[in-house]
Design a protein around this ligand. Structure first.
Ligand code: ZN
Ligand code: CU
Length: 547
């Protein structure tokens, strides 16, 4: 491995020529500094030299004149841990230039699993793709199964608090007893020893929402001992946003570990504008010496499971219990009251409006996909609450929705903030995959090109180098991923070559299954996964474990 200054002229390289040389591109190295023209030489999957390599030999030379060469993008917040099982080629991600995904977010992860509560964990998933056998129990067994057949992208896995809680106590709506808490801590410690990078929570989702702050601190301390991070879908993103950010910061302070506020946003018109104050709390925490960061996606709609429409008490005991409650007349009336009552968290519809809730995917009710709940209700001649509850029952809670509920100015504030990195909150999808006919949020296809094209080039919210930094060097540093996210000798050759004039997202809410424009070549560990805009079928990605 060579370690040379960028400007070095002729480079004689012990051990022969480069496997690959990428010449003539503007190299934006991921550190946030403006790029300059340079060649990059790659040997054995590692960047061997950066500079003028015109006199160096290489097995293959790729002329990238006029293009940008950047580190492969790191998706700081992904849910591909489920979809990769049927899409190991990671189509919609790799075609955006993403080479590493951080998965296991929002409190969800497919492991660890206890035999006793296996069905509860399965019920938790929006949809379990083919190949996802749940034959594993430990986190290590699961990671080995995910890694076994290859992946197009690298994966860093967090442990979902929801999975830990389900493994220890199912969907019980109460604090853990001391034995259950110890069990969760042990499962988390084991997961860290087996390759996890941290703990994630989803505090608006049952069973995560059943946990008090003290339980989370007790777990986060275990993650801290293993140098993990704490990534949180915080307890409220609407009127309680600031309290929820404060809770995340408190967990970081008391458990002494880095905090990642996931997909920072202010949901619902009455709360628009609050992102600035949320970011202010993060800045204040950093000024105090804490390590708090956030991520965001470049869209004004969010997306989640339709179960989120329900009050969280309705999920106690799991999916079957939830359905029984919705179908029982008296309990259904209580659910309706909670849905219609204003307030935060579960009072979601009051602040959003049924006309702003679109069904994204519903495997039994295909007719509902792409339609607003207000419209579905009108067509069926029922009121919106009934239409939504019927859908939840028909789908056994396994459907997703898109909520048009965010403010463009808030999105811009988040994307523009120096402590915010880019996370899609989406998954690796493909038009021919099992969600191919449905209308998932376009973020799974467009997040990274949208930041580069729309927000950097067109809107000039960020320079290109800043935008690249938010999707490469910044998340790499946050994760302690020392050899990726930057272009320098010695780093792994995860690279993206794109056309800065043309890069753009093409996926829309109406037509989401569209790959972006302008991403020309993507390499993972020095191997082409995208070459001239085409997927090579190569699967060089690995499940990465912490150093
Ligand atoms: Zn989330
Ligand atoms: Cu998420």
């Amino acid at each position: 491995m060579l370690n040379r200054p960028r400007s070095s002229a002729p480079l004689a390289r012990a051990g022969g020529p480069f496997d690959l040389k990428i010449t003539g591109a503007t190299v934006i190295d991921g550190t946030g500094t403006t790029g300059g023209r340079a060649d990059v030489g790659i040997t054995d999957g590692v960047i061997a030299a950066v500079g003028d390599l015109s006199r160096e030999h290489a097995g293959t030379t790729l002329n990238a004149s006029g293009k940008v060469l950047a580190p492969g993008f790191i998706d700081m917040h992904s849910h591909s841990d489920w979809r990769l099982w049927e899409n190991r080629r990671a189509e919609s991600k790799i075609r955006q230039g993403v080479t590493t995904e951080v998965v296991g977010n929002c409190g969800f992860s497919p492991a660890p699993v206890s035999t006793e509560f296996l069905d509860d964990l399965r019920g938790f998933a929006i949809d379990v793709p083919k190949g996802m056998t749940f034959e594993w129990r430990t986190f290590g067994e699961y990671l080995a199964a995910l890694d076994a057949d290859g992946l197009a992208v690298n994966v860093l896995h967090l442990v979902g608090h929801g999975a830990l809680r389900i493994a220890a106590m199912g969907f019980a709506r109460r604090p853990p007893d001391p034995g259950e808490l110890t069990r969760m801590q042990k499962l988390l410690a084991d997961a860290h020893e087996e390759g996890a990078w941290g703990l994630s929570t989803g505090l608006i989702y049952a069973p995560g929402s059943y946990a008090a702050t003290e339980e989370l601190i007790a777990l986060a301390r275990v993650a801290a001992r293993h140098r993990g991070i704490y990534a949180s879908h915080i307890r409220g993103e609407a009127s309680t946003l600031l309290d929820a950010v404060a809770e995340a910061i408190r967990i970081g302070r008391e458990a002494e570990l880095p905090v990642q506020v996931s997909h920072v946003k202010a949901a619902g018109r009455p709360n628009w504008g609050a992102v600035e104050r949320a970011l202010g709390l993060i800045d204040q925490a950093c000024a105090e010496g804490l390590d708090v960061r956030a991520d965001a996606y470049p869209y004004t709609a969010s997306s989640t499971t339709i179960r989120t429409l329900l009050p969280d008490w309705a999920l106690e005991g799991g999916i079957d219990a939830m359905i029984a409650r919705i179908t029982d007349t008296a309990t259904r009336a209580r659910i309706r009251r909670d849905i219609e009552s204003p307030g935060d968290g579960q009072g979601l519809v009051g602040r959003v409006g049924w006309e702003n809730v679109m069904i994204a995917s519903a495997s039994h009710r295909k007719d509902a996909e792409g339609r607003r709940i207000s419209e579905i209700a009108r067509a069926a001649g029922v009121d919106a609450v009934d239409a939504a509850l019927e859908l939840i029952v028909d789908e056994a809670g396994h459907a997703s929705m898109i909520l048009f509920q965010l403010d463009e100015a808030d999105v811009r504030r988040a994307l523009g903030h120096p402590r915010v990195m880019i996370g899609s909150d989406g998954s690796a999808l493909s038009p021919s995959g099992s969600l191919g006919g449905s209308k998932p949020h376009p973020r799974s296809y467009g997040t990274f090109p949208r930041v580069l094209g729309h927000y950097a080039r067109e809107e000039r919210l960020l320079t290109l180098a800043q935008a690249v930094h938010k999707m490469t060097g910044l998340p790499a540093r946050r994760l302690g991923l020392r050899d990726r996210g930057v272009i320098r000798p010695g780093a792994k050759a995860d690279l993206a070559v794109f056309d800065a004039q043309r890069v753009a997202d093409l996926a829309t809410y109406e037509d989401p299954h569209r790959y972006p424009a302008g991403i020309e070549h993507v390499l993972v560990d020095g191997r082409f996964v995208i070459k001239d805009g085409q997927h090579t079928g190569s699967l060089p990605g690995r499940v990465l474990t912490p150093p």
